[in-house]
Design a protein around this ligand. Sequence first.
Ligand code: NDP
Length: 293
Amino acid sequence: MQLLDGKFASEKIKQEIAADAADFLTKSGRKPHLVAILVGNDGGSETYVASKMKNCEKVGFLSSLIRYDVTVSEAELLEKIQEINRDVSVDGLIVQLPLPKHIDPEKVTETIDFQKDVDGFHPVNLGRMMRNLPCFIPATPYGILLMLEAYQVDTAGKHCVVVGRSNIVGSPMSILMARNANPGNCTVTLTHSRTTNLKELVLQADIVVAAIGKKNFVTADMVKPGAIIIDVGINRETSELTKSGYKLYGDVDFENVAPKSSWITPVPGGVGLMTIVGLLKNTLASAKGEVYK
Ligand code: NDP
């Protein structure tokens, strides 16, 4: 078993991003600028946004955080998004999910200018991704591709089983792994909660992408020896044993699955760190006009 180490891979790529950002500053006189909007104070969202902001500073980007109380109206939020869309000093805009029930996430996603949609959730970016055109790839799937690339994991011709079909992880991941690209060129099976023979399918997988949101869901008896395991899950449980007061678990039973696998991502220290790298790369590409001129 070999570890797909998100800490190692993300630090290496962040050094490259920082060098690129410094070069961009010299040439343009400004830093790439990411704006994040956070509604409410969900513990997980607070942590993710804080980490995104911190990483921006680390690689020499400008970052701004706009906070709203959980009671903010949908109209006020959409108005702010439109204002940021018009602001030429902003390269990337993300709205941290989940949003409170009275705000329609689809409306929010579609209001963000697709040219600043560095989370890659807008239908224009998803459509362009489908057609293998320049676009912002959703940050988590993009991070997974960067991880596979960093470790030169050969994916061509392999059977990839994706568990979970969300718009932000499972569905785009299935499309990316099937594309005529490297990483990619897989035969892909996309599974979900209505899949009746999940274990049978996962057992056939050369690559398993687990994006379910259930602690230790993928167990050793579901995995073929030598499989490559990508664990996207981040399941938080309160813990008295950690300083933060909680502990993170993946969707894969790491302890028992790891010895059977050829490559595996840990949680924490795997896909989560790479997601931030995906976001930083999209923001830099936006600033440099590499995706949309
Ligand atoms: P969603 O809740 O949006 O989607 C979960 C998917 O899992 C759904 O498609 C659901 O099926 C499927 N599912 C649920 N139960 C089963 C089951 N018993 N068998 C098969 N499929 C099942 O989650 P997300 O995609 O947003 O996130 C998944 C996990 O990844 C979470 O733990 C989340 O915290 C984490 N995450 C991590 C990120 C990172 O950076 N590492 C980024 C984003 C998410 P159905 O569609 O039928 O309901």
